[in-house]
Design a protein around this ligand. Structure first.
Ligand SMILES: N[C@@H](CCC(=O)N[C@@H](CS)C(=O)NCC(=O)O)C(=O)O
Length: 305
């Protein structure tokens, strides 16, 4: 089944998934969504989850890279968790996508004049995530210093001549480290930080190897789609059989709300089909059918609704 990525070009977490799709060599659909709320094409499927990226596989909707990459892993193509690191790629990806992401946001956006970012963007991120541009500007030198640690550790890892963090094959951890650096490199005001990070021995070459899995790689094919096309693809068949369990104190089938730690975004609600360490699944009835909305367990707050 063809994965459909809901994304916008400048999103680093979307770039992480675009590179993962390139590593897998998959054909994929692309639905471009706005970088600020509202995102009606996306929330028609998720109910409320509006962060970027989201991936759809038929009537199964995957929110957060923590759910998206395991879903892509099940599709044909090279593993995103290659040995010898295997699942340890997840630990690296969570570090890169967690504290290190905020450090890279500071390195990338801190030096930017507020006008360069767009009033709508600043208002959206302030309301949803508490972004304070003045505070970010003040913290930028500190955060850039934190971000450089990732480049330094990456350089140490690559020092024995390996091509990727686990050896010959790239994995989810490489994708997440790459997305952070890609984000900083893409902001001209942050050139000093990007140059400093790419100057660590081996990091620039590794960055080039990862970039080669991107849009121009010829591996994987991107096909633009509309939101209504994606909705029709969701309604064309029922969701896939579920796995996993509902762990106490929750009860299978109860109406539950899922929201993300550290945001004021609206919760997604539905019938709870799975809630264990392996993930969360909510069933949602939408006009014309049913979708299953998948989340990772990490970072999600589940409450009865
Ligand atoms: N934990 C999430 C984080 C995703 C994330 O923070 N995405 C940013 C864009 S790169 C976002 O959602 N920004 C708000 C938006 O796009 O509406 C993941 O791994 O997918």
């Amino acid at each position: 089944m063809t994965p459909i990525l809901f994304h916008y070009e400048a999103s680093p977490f979307a770039e992480l998934v675009r590179i993962a799709l390139g590593i897998k060599g998959l054909e994929w659909g692309s639905v471009i969504v706005p970088r600020v709320l509202p995102k009606p094409d996306q929330t028609a499927l998720t109910g409320a989850y509006a962060r970027t990226p989201m991936v759809q596989l038929g009537a199964d909707i995957y929110c957060d890279t923590g759910a998206i990459l395991p879903a892509l892993e099940a599709l044909p193509g090279p593993s995103l968790y290659p040995l010898p690191l295997g699942s340890l790629h997840r630990l690296v990806a969570n570090w890169a996508g967690g504290p290190q992401f905020m450090a890279h946001v500071g390195a990338a956006l801190g030096p930017m004049p507020p006008g360069a970012m767009g009033e709508d963007f600043i208002r959206d991120r302030q309301a949803r995530f508490g972004l304070d541009m003045a505070a970010l500007g003040r913290a930028a030198p500190h955060l850039a210093g934190q971000a450089e640690v990732a480049a330094s550790w990456l350089s140490d890892t690559l020092a024995d001549g390996r091509a990727f963090i686990g050896g010959d094959a790239p994995g989810a951890g490489d994708c997440a480290l790459y997305a952070n650096l890609w984000f900083v490199k893409g902001v001209p005001f942050a050139a000093r930080s990007a140059d400093a990070m790419l100057a660590f021995a081996g990091v620039g070459d590794w960055f080039g190897r990862m970039a080669a899995f991107g849009a121009a790689s010829g591996r994987g094919t991107r096909r633009e789609m509309s939101g209504p096309d994606a909705l029709a693809a969701a309604l064309a068949q029922p969701p896939r059989a579920i796995s996993g369990t509902v762990a106490g104190p929750f009860v299978a089938g109860m109406t539950a709300a899922v929201r993300q730690e550290g945001t004021h975004d609206e919760a997604t609600t539905g019938a709870l089909l799975r809630c264990d360490a392996g993930g969360i699944i909510l069933a949602r009835e939408i006009p014309g059918g049913t979708v299953h909305v998948h989340f990772p367990r990490l970072g999600q707050v589940v409450t009865p609704a």
